[in-house]
Design a protein around this ligand. Sequence first.
Ligand code: BT5
Length: 264
Amino acid sequence: MGPHNCTRRMVFAMWSGAWQIRWLDEVDSTNTYVRHLARHGAPEGLVVVADHQTAGRGRLDRRWESPPGSNLLASILLRPGCGTSEVHLCTGAVALAAADSCAEVAGVEPLLKWPNDLLAGEDEAKLAGVLAEVEFCGESLAAVVVGIGINVAWPGPEGVGGTSLEMLRPSGEPVDRHLILDQMLAGLAARRPLLDHDDGRRQLADEVRRRCVTIGRSVRVVLAGEEFEGRATGLDDAGHLVLDTAAGTRAVSAGDVVHVRGTT
Ligand code: BT5
């Protein structure tokens, strides 16, 4: 675990809590670090950012790569009043806030791809990924740690087809990671209360549905030991992607989704 080289507090009118931001030089993974603190009682609102991760993680134990100081790597501790079946809305809230921030600060308008990506540019390349992880207290949800990696200056490893905010700006002007973070947290503060009640969760789910470009597309789904194609028709209330397939309607909760080109 790296040193704490700065701590800031930001207070927002729309959420009764405050973000407490720790910006580290280096850490294994900001998600691992925040999960550890969550287990030891850290309060909601803790945000850990790192200039570099030595073991940044994607889903399914994949790696998230980013050279020191190039991109935004952050994990946010939430303790929402929702159940485990609604955790996908935490991912959604962070993805929406991140997309708005990229638009406002960098003039890049990302698309939401189910379940956890932001895509941008003409070729819809991966600009950011979200990793939400849950801590339990007995049977109940104690905390959700939502990690996000946004490619600000480095577009991701060769061969994965990523992109970055700076690549997408007309003259490649630098983008300030602090501004992206602050704007994202402001957008998340506005949405955070929605996670605590049914009406709010419906509102959030509707916003995710409206902005998720996967819906309406032909997609290929890759699950452990199974692969199939279908047309994504919607997201159900548990955040599952609903698909029309040759074998009928299917809802998928995990797995990788590839947007199939030319068939939308
Ligand atoms: C994700 O996983 O997209 C979630 C990434 C979450 C990263 C953040 S950084 C802060 C916090 N702390 C952590 O340890 N993690 C979170 P997934 O959908 O599984 O995508 C992973 C795949 O994306 C890898 O297997 C690579 O192919 C590709 N990849 C790796 N680094 C990338 C990058 N910088 N940009 C684009 N693609 C990348």
